[in-house]
Write a protein that binds this ligand. Structure first.
Ligand code: WQD
Length: 351
């Protein structure tokens, strides 16, 4: 099949839009299914400016069985990348049922629609939060499930459901990709992360401090048992994560069963090290204040990445400095996200 069509749920989002770029580069044709609740359709026009191909958008909710059947009927889908879902840990604590509905019921509806359409190759975007906050690092895929919040528990439930499906029906080829901390942006500066409201995550927040939109970063605790006392995470370039999806797609299409794989660099970086890297990339000083620990934060975790190398032939290639340089390029070129407003134009509007 030339240029197989791949349904990308959540494909207008941060990781989804970068996955579309990687899919097109690898000879696939993405079809995006997205509600646009947490994303922007203009990201697909940016995908087109990068690749020359604008993925068609099916605007619907992944829980809508009839809309899913239409999408599979209209497009000759060969496989599915499932990235649509809610992903804010704190919000999942205050709205657990909303998270189980979208993340678990949504995944179930998708698998049912795939079965009806005879499509049985699925790449599921899971998360390192399935390991909970007490694992010893580097974390191997064999570490037990120990999610400590509703968001992480939705990922565990879907992984277990997919493992049972793969055991029951050998025609299914499934990969669960456990992202660590995806950051960065496409090197063109045309795609990136633009959170609605104050960013929860570290790097988008630092980026807004660097560009003068926020006064300082609050470092959530500097009394952890880590080299400089601040939290340590495995930051991985979003394009490496996107390319990891392509590698997993190739693997799942050729082999049945379910594979769970970490997507990380295998290296940890502290909050202060990330801030320093961003200062090098931007040439700007990042003001910071030390605050109390953030509830639910683990002191330190990073991935064991041997399994991804052995089974997918994938490893992260981009450095922390490149992640910060690519983030900064996106931030500078897109102060208003996907709005094409020129800052000068905005000023004239005020006058
Ligand atoms: C990283 C470090 C904070 C903000 C979350 C989700 C995870 C995944 C990635 C979806 C920690 C510190 C942060 C700030 C800070 N999302 N920090 N000041 O919490 O590791 O992971 O996003 O899959 O599921 O849990 O990422 O960027 O929020 O925090 O000091 O303003 O930066 O304490 O040590 P996290 P994060």
């Amino acid at each position: 099949m030339t240029n197989p069509k791949i349904l990308v749920t959540g494909g207008a989002g941060f990781i989804g839009s970068h996955a579309c770029v990687a899919l097109i580069a690898a000879g696939y044709r993405p079809v995006v299914l997205d509600t646009l609740v947490n994303s922007d359709a203009r990201s697909l026009r940016r995908v087109s400016r990068i690749t020359g191909v604008e993925p068609p958008l099916v605007r619907c909710d992944v829980r809508d069985a009839a809309a899913l059947d239409c999408a599979f009927a209209e497009h000759d889908i060969a496989a599915v990348l499932h990235l649509a879902g809610l992903k804010a840990v704190g919000h999942s604590v205050s709205d657990p049922i909303g998270y189980y509905d979208v993340n678990v019921a949504g995944s179930l509806a998708l698998v049912r629609a795939m079965e009806r359409a005879g499509v049985r190759t699925l790449i599921f975007s899971s998360s390192a939060t399935v390991y909970g906050d007490t694992p010893r690092s580097p974390i191997r895929e064999s570490a037990p499930y120990a999610a400590v919040n509703p968001y992480g528990r939705t990922k565990v439930m879907v992984e277990r459901m997919l493992a049972d499906l793969a055991r029951a029906d050998a025609r299914w080829g499934i990969a669960c990709l456990r992202f660590f901390n995806p950051i960065g942006a496409h090197e063109s500066g045309l795609l990136g992360e633009h959170p609605h409201g104050p960013p929860d995550n570290l790097v988008p927040y630092i980026s807004q401090v660097a560009v003068g939109e926020r006064a300082h970063v609050v470092v959530h605790g500097n009394d952890y048992e880590t080299p400089d006392g601040t939290g340590v995470r495995d930051y991985v370039h979003v394009m490496d994560v996107a390319e990891g999806h392509v590698a997993a797609l190739r693997h799942a299409a050729d082999r049945g069963g379910m594979l769970a794989v970490n997507l990380g660099t295998g290296c940890g970086a502290s909050v202060l090290e990330v801030i320093s890297a961003f200062e090098r990339a931007s040439g700007r000083h990042i003001a910071l204040r030390v605050g109390p620990r953030r509830p639910g934060d683990a002191p330190a975790y990073w991935a064991d990445v041997q399994h991804a190398r052995d089974r997918l032939g994938w490893c992260a290639r981009r450095s922390l400095d490149q992640m910060c340089a690519d983030s900064w390029r996106w931030q500078l070129a897109n102060p208003h996200g996907f709005d094409e407003r020129e800052p000068a134009l905005a000023a004239r509007a005020v006058i």
